[in-house]
Design a protein around this ligand. Structure first.
Ligand code: GLP
Length: 242
């Protein structure tokens, strides 16, 4: 079932997104959260930090699994997704950092790292929620449009478009890694709830394509239409073409 919620402001989107995640933690203090990076979830993370500071929720027993990481840079690099998560969430909440998981993009054996990451998620159990942003080309995590998508964690070549979009965080596009390690679409679809959050007019076309268009590997987010419990949070700009 797809539940699309459209709000006037990004602030409202952040509040609702954070309250959906908070409610999961309140009902299950050892919840398994699938988390995402990008600019979209930052406001949600801020709300969760505030709720934790106010004593409304605790992450003490929560475990997290991130969607993806760049290949070739390690967790201390200021553009790594590990660093992003520490800075935007983990360093400010009462989570046990040992329970936060991000694929290791610096692993010597990347194939082994993919297998290890899937095994780690499988051993933990079903993710209670998977938070997702949306790429301009319909990518989720780093599952780029392709003829075939992979089920489990795998290495991907980043689309030029994706590298360009993310170049704003690096000093130049040449520094943006060319590969990433990402959860696969089957792992994403296995989560109990999928929470897709999209903001901004520049994503209005791809939102429409992903949610109303045909289900195709050329728009990886369109596969989310198959999920039994998909919640989509949009600001009015991102939802303007639906
Ligand atoms: C990145 C990430 C995605 C993210 C997307 C959109 O490449 N790998 O997980 O959802 O791009 O990012 P933003 O939220 O900054 O638009």
């Amino acid at each position: 079932m797809m539940n699309i919620l459209i709000y006037d402001t990004q602030e409202q989107v952040n509040k609702v997104g954070a309250s959906i995640i908070s409610n999961i933690i309140l009902a299950k203090p050892d919840a398994l959260l699938g988390l995402a990076t990008g600019s979209t979830p930052i406001g949600i993370y801020k709300q969760l930090v505030d709720a934790n500071k106010e004593g409304l929720i605790s992450f003490k027993d929560v475990a997290t699994y991130n969607l993806d990481e760049y290949v070739g840079i390690d967790g201390s690099h200021n553009q790594s997704y590990r660093h992003f998560m520490n800075e935007n969430l983990f360093n400010h909440i009462d989570i046990n950092i040992e329970k936060t998981h991000v694929p290791n993009g610096k692993a010597v054996d990347l194939e082994a790292e993919c297998t290890r990451y899937d095994a780690e998620i499988d051993a933990a159990g079903q993710l209670d929620i998977q938070l997702l942003g949306l790429g301009h080309n319909g990518h989720i995590g780093f599952n780029e449009p392709a003829d075939h998508l992979s089920a489990g964690t795998h290495i991907v070549e980043l689309a030029q478009e994706t590298r360009q979009a993310n170049a704003r965080f690096f000093t130049s596009i040449d520094e943006v890694p060319t590969q990433a390690i990402t959860m696969g679409v089957a792992t994403i679809l296995k989560a109990k709830t999928v929470l897709l959050v999209v903001k901004g007019e520049d994503k209005a076309d791809i939102v429409k394509e992903a949610l109303r268009g045909p289900i195709t590997t050329q728009c990886p987010a369109s596969l989310l239409q198959l999920h039994p419990n998909l919640i989509v949070l949009l600001d009015s700009a991102a939802g303007s073409k639906l």
